[in-house]
Write a protein of this length. Structure first.
Length: 95
């Protein structure tokens, strides 16, 4: 098995999918709540939403590309390679 196949096998255990350029891929959905300071004082709760996918399936993905998470529309905010480059984290925002 190739590294790509190994990653896809691991991701297939997840319950979520992303659709990018008409093709649907398995993914892991991760959401973190962060406390963000406000410029005028106080704090705001912000939720970061991102997915982990097989990096080889998303070559060329860029900011503002449309993407669907479990059938819901989102847009790409940024992406980061994870560790050895086999997986990619795609941070999502509402269009």
């Amino acid at each position: 098995m190739s590294k790509r196949d190994d990653i896809r096998t691991i991701l297939a255990d997840g319950e979520d999918t992303v659709t990018y350029q008409g093709t649907t891929y398995p993914c892991f959905l991760i959401q973190h709540d962060n406390v963000v300071p406000q410029t005028m004082g106080g704090q705001k709760l912000q939720r970061d939403t991102f997915v982990q996918v097989c990096a080889a399936d998303f070559v060329g993905i860029k900011r503002d590309d449309p993407i669907q998470l479990d059938g819901e529309p989102w847009k790409v905010l940024r992406s980061n390679l994870v560790q050895d480059g086999g997986m990619l984290e795609i941070f999502l925002g509402r269009p």
